[in-house]
Design a protein around this ligand. Structure first.
Ligand code: DSN
Length: 416
């Protein structure tokens, strides 16, 4: 980054500091990852200079000789990897992708039904503070209070009562596999379209360690930067019958020119995600999550649902006498980065909730395995047991940095 260094040393320094942070800390935010150097190069390429409103072969600006090929490549790779009939790679990120789906099929005031935000759903699945909850009649389903799991009979009952036009499956903090066949049956029973937002687990689907929603859903949305390990962006996949409606909703309905540099980086990430190495990566994400979950359960942590089948876990810290925020801040000081999170039926407020959320996509990208997960679990236990002990946090932060030095993260190998 010599040009940036020369022209804007202030910003250059901030980026370098962030590089060091990502290199030296254990990043357990369930939605984050490390992209490869190749993905980063595509993201930072000259494709950022080009406008291309429209779709391959039908654009509103000239000069698309290469951009059309880039976008077609991204689309074809997504189709091949996920088995989708139609793919739109232009949504700027997950929230616009979900909004485009609503714009394609709904009128203001129509009913949607999704997982409640405090129970692990996403803002864009109908939370009242989001456009999805303001423009539409957003109903929600909750987790079972006893088990912390989805109760498909209760979802069915709710769906039959409120008759949504779109039923949404997907989450940002649920540690179990979704039953897509059950969601399909419920959608059919109430005459709804089924939208699956697989942003969190798209990499697990690509790697074959999570069932695919594609055979069941009318529309599948995903971000590309979480477990899928691509650039910040999104895709919408759908049945051919919905292709025209989805494309029209993205452009010209919601967005202008696509971010071609991102499209190229998505294509690169999809190629990486179709390799055997990625299959092993996806399997290791789950093994690592289970190893970390087991270590924490052995130390008395209360995992919502009692464990994990995917890349994440949600922990209710009430029995530890620590709030999620206090724990998250103490852990950050100890070099372990995660987020505080509401737990189902939380009695505390979202900005100061009872839980923390942890995920393994990023640490698995840097090559951590079960052994390192057990070590991380022990460090988490020590910090949470004594969250005001800044000496302990500094001691653990030094050990974290030492551990990380032995596992260069993708895209940051040049710092080793
Ligand atoms: N912000 C993402 C997450 O952390 O789950 C969801 O969009």
């Amino acid at each position: 980054m010599s040009s940036l260094h020369q022209s804007d040393p202030e910003l250059f320094t901030l980026i370098k500091q962030e590089e060091q942070r990502q290199k030296n800390k254990i990043r357990l935010i369930a939605s984050e990852n490390y992209v490869s150097g190749a993905v980063m190069e595509a993201t930072g390429s000259v494709l950022t200079n080009k406008y291309s409103e429209g779709y391959p072969g039908k654009r509103y600006y000239e000069g698309q000789q290469y951009i059309d090929q880039v976008e077609s490549l991204a689309i074809q790779r997504a189709k091949d990897l996920f088995g989708a009939e139609h793919v739109n790679v232009q949504p700027y990120s997950g929230s616009p992708a979900n909004l485009a789906v609503f714009f394609a099929f709904l009128n203001p005031g129509d009913t949607i039904l999704g997982m409640a935000l405090p129970h692990g759903g996403h803002l864009t699945h109908g939370a009242k503070v989001s456009i999805s909850g303001k423009y539409f009649n957003a109903e929600s389903y909750s987790l079972d209070q006893e088990t912390g799991r989805l109760n498909y009979d209760a979802i069915r009952e709710k769906a039959l009562a409120c008759r949504p036009k779109i039923l949404i499956a997907g989450h940002s903090a649920y540690s179990r596999i979704l039953d897509f066949a059950a969601f399909r049956e419920i959608a059919d029973a109430c005459g709804a379209l089924l939208l699956v937002d697989m942003a969190h687990f798209a990499g697990l689907v690509a790697g074959g360690v999570h069932p695919s929603p594609i055979p069941y859903a009318d529309v599948v949305t995903t971000t590309t930067h979480k477990s899928l390990r691509g650039p910040r962006g999104a895709m919408i996949m759908c049945r051919q019958a919905h292709a025209a409606a989805i494309d029209k909703a993205v452009f010209p309905g919601l967005q202008g020119g696509p971010h071609n540099n991102t499209t190229a980086a998505i294509a690169v990430a999809l190629r990486e995600a179709s390799t055997d190495a990625f299959k092993q990566y996806a399997a290791q994400i789950v093994k690592n999550a289970q190893a970390l979950a087991g270590t924490l359960i052995d130390r008395g942590f209360n995992l919502v649902t009692g464990g994990t089948d995917n890349h994440l876990m949600l922990i209710d810290l009430t029995n530890k006498g620590v709030t999620g925020k206090v724990a998250a801040k103490a852990l950050d000081a100890a070099g372990i980065v995660l987020n505080y999170n509401a737990v189902p039926y939380d009695t505390r407020k979202p900005f100061d909730p009872s839980g923390i959320r942890l995920g393994t996509p990023a640490v698995t990208s840097r090559g951590f395995k079960e052994e390192q997960m057990v070590q991380i679990g022990k460090w988490i236990d020590a910090v949470v047991a004594d969250p005001t002990n800044t000496a302990l946090q500094a001691e653990i932060a030094a050990m974290v940095q030492q551990l990380c030095a032995g596992f260069p993260a993708p895209g940051l190998e040049h710092l080793s």
